[in-house]
Structures are given as structure tokens and as C-alpha cells.
Design a protein around this ligand. Structure first.
Ligand code: GRG
Length: 301
């Protein structure tokens, strides 16, 4: 296994910069025809974003000893799908948000039709990026394409969004709330790890593969619990949102509403502990995965 000598802070800074460069290169140029659409795609992906999903892909890669260049396209493709989901989620027909990452949302900076097309184009562009030759075998690329499609579609993120929209104004019991979040945000987080496993040729049903997937599922849920906590008490100068308590105002079921603030915070801590437990058999090569799980639960934006 690779010996990890780089601190997590240095890894994070380097990988965020690397992801930014890859996204810049893989996205269509802003002056390429049709320029306004391409400019809006770049606006929605670049300049902001914590890049949590790419960080997870590269941290899984570090744990498995994979060359980073093999992860550039999978990580960028996943982040493009995440960016598309935010653009569509912000539309008036969904969350109707004016601010994202402290800047006007895509449909505010451009217009609604453009924002719909930006999402459509980012979703399809992600699959093109992943399908292009990148040093991976065709079998690995096919496995990644299928995994990403499964995570993003009606059995994953889009399905979770449908359940979330249907739940507005209703109370959800904790198992139903968790099921919805496992799909809506959890599947892309799990996908980050699955892409790392595919790049390393590690089957998901092996001891290592299944432990990393269970780690991802705990982290995904913790991510969402923390997101609900930040919606309630986060500093808007950090979260980049227009106001606190927006989800509660929209009567969206959430962990803070269900459990109360203190218990939601305890729950996020427990999920973090469980995620770290899954890495118990791993050595220093999994340190970036450990640090990322902590960062996700301790973040303030
Ligand atoms: C519209 C098909 C479709 C899906 C939308 C994930 C999602 C489904 C909507 C996002 C709504 C939301 C705010 C969910 C909470 C968790 C989440 C995904 C937060 C945003 O992700 P971050 O914190 O964002 O990674 P950055 O800006 O850092 O990239």
C-alpha cells in the first residue's frame, strides 16, 4: 500500500486545485458555439464548491494506491453531475433559490430555460468525459459508466429528489428520511468510492470493497445530517445561502426537525464514528478518507 506522507491539508489543497484544472479543461470553452450555454455551464461548475466528491474519489484512490491521472475523468464527471443537480434543484419548480455558493443561481444569472439546458448538457457531458480514453481499460470504463448512471438516475439521486419533493409538507419517520437521503445525496457519495474501486479493479463484494462502500454510506448520511444542521444554524456568509432555516420554512422534512438540534449533532458524530470503524483494518493509506469524513461532519459550509 502507498505510504501517505502528505498532510490532509496539503492533499486537500492540491486535489481541489487539480479538480479545478481538470474541470476547466474538460468543460467546453466559453467561446465555443453556442457560447452562452457553454459560458453558463462553466459558471455553474467553476469557481466555488468544496469539491467533496472529487476529494472522495482521490482519497479512495490514495487508499488503494491508484495513480491520480486515472481518477481525473471519473472525479470530474461526478462533479459535473453534482453541479447539474444543484442547477436544477435551484429552479423555481424545485427549491426556487436565488443564491448558490454566495452567487446568483444559474437561472438568476442567465434564465430558466438556459438553466434547464445547462443541467441537461452537464449530465450528458459527464458521460462523454468518462467514455473518452483515459488509461483505463474499456471494462473499467464501462463499469464506471454503469455505476455513475445508476447513482445519478431514478434509482439514485433523481429518485431521491422525487421522493423529497413528494414529502414536502409531510412528516417522514427517520427510516423514510434516511432512505430518501441515501438516494438523493448518498448515491453520488457512494459513487465517488465506487469509481475509486473500479479504477483499482477492486470488486465491491470483497472485504475491502464492501468496507469502503459502508464507509461511504455512513459518510453520505452524516453529510446530509450536517447539511440540515447548517441550514438551521449555519452562518450564511459561510454557507452562501440566502438565509437560515430555508428548509424548515419550506416544510421539508429534515433531521433537525425530526430529532432536534442537539440530537442531530450527536447523530452526525455517531455516523462519523461508524464510518471510521469501517476503516479500522486499514493503515495510514486510508488517512485521507478518515480526515475527509471528519471534515464533512465538522464543516461550516
Ligand atoms: C434536481 C435531479 C436533481 C437532483 C437534486 C442533491 C440534490 C438533488 C439537490 C441538492 C439539494 C441539497 C442542497 C441537498 C443537500 C445536500 C447537498 C447535495 C448539498 C450541496 O452539496 P455540497 O455541499 O455543495 O457538496 P458544493 O457547493 O460544495 O459543491
Amino acid at each position: 500500500m502507498t505510504k501517505i506522507s502528505e498532510s490532509f491539508a496539503a492533499f486537500r489543497e492540491r486535489i481541489v486545485a487539480r479538480s479545478e484544472r481538470c474541470l476547466e479543461n474538460y468543460l467546453p470553452a466559453s467561446n465555443a458555439f453556442p457560447a452562452r450555454l457553454h459560458e453558463a455551464m462553466r459558471y455553474s461548475v467553476l469557481g466555488g464548491g468544496k469539491r467533496v466528491r472529487p476529494l472522495l474519489v482521490y482519497a479512495a484512490g490514495a487508499a488503494l494506491g491508484i495513480h491520480e491521472s486515472l481518477l481525473d475523468r471519473p472525479a470530474a464527471a461526478l462533479e459535473m453531475i453534482h453541479a447539474y443537480s444543484l442547477v436544477h434543484d435551484d429552479l423555481p419548480a424545485m427549491d426556487n433559490d436565488d443564491l448558490r455558493r454566495g452567487r446568483p443561481t444559474c437561472h438568476k444569472a442567465y434564465d430558466e430555460a438556459t438553466a434547464i439546458l445547462v443541467g441537461d448538457a452537464l449530465l450528458t457531458h459527464a458521460f462523454r468525459i468518462l467514455a473518452e480514453p483515459a488509461g483505463l481499460s474499456p471494462g473499467q470504463q464501462l463499469r464506471m459508466l454503469a455505476t455513475l448512471a445508476q447513482a445519478a438516475g431514478s434509482h439514485g439521486m433523481v429518485g431521491g429528489q422525487a421522493v423529497d419533493l413528494a414529502a414536502v409538507g409531510h412528516e417522514l419517520a427517520q427510516p423514510a428520511l434516511e432512505q430518501m437521503h441515501l438516494l438523493k445525496t448518498g448515491m453520488l457519495i457512494r459513487c465517488a468510492i465506487q469509481l475509486g474501486l473500479a479504477a483499482g479493479g477492486v470488486a465491491e463484494d470483497t472485504r475491502n470493497g464492501s468496507a469502503l462502500i459502508r464507509y461511504a454510506d455512513r459518510v453520505g448520511l452524516a453529510f446530509q445530517v450536517q447539511d440540515d444542521i447548517l441550514d438551521e444554524i449555519g452562518d450564511i456568509s459561510q454557507t452562501g445561502k440566502a438565509k437560515q432555516g430555508a428548509d424548515r420554512e419550506r416544510e421539508k422534512p429534515g433531521f433537525v426537525t425530526l430529532l432536534g438540534l442537539k440530537q442531530a449533532q450527536d447523530y452526525a458524530r455517531n455516523l462519523l464514528d461508524e464510518a471510521l470503524q469501517e476503516l479500522q483494518a486499514w493503515g495510514a493509506e486510508a488517512d485521507h478518507l478518515r480526515a475527509l469524513a471528519r471534515l464533512i461532519v465538522e464543516r461550516n459550509r
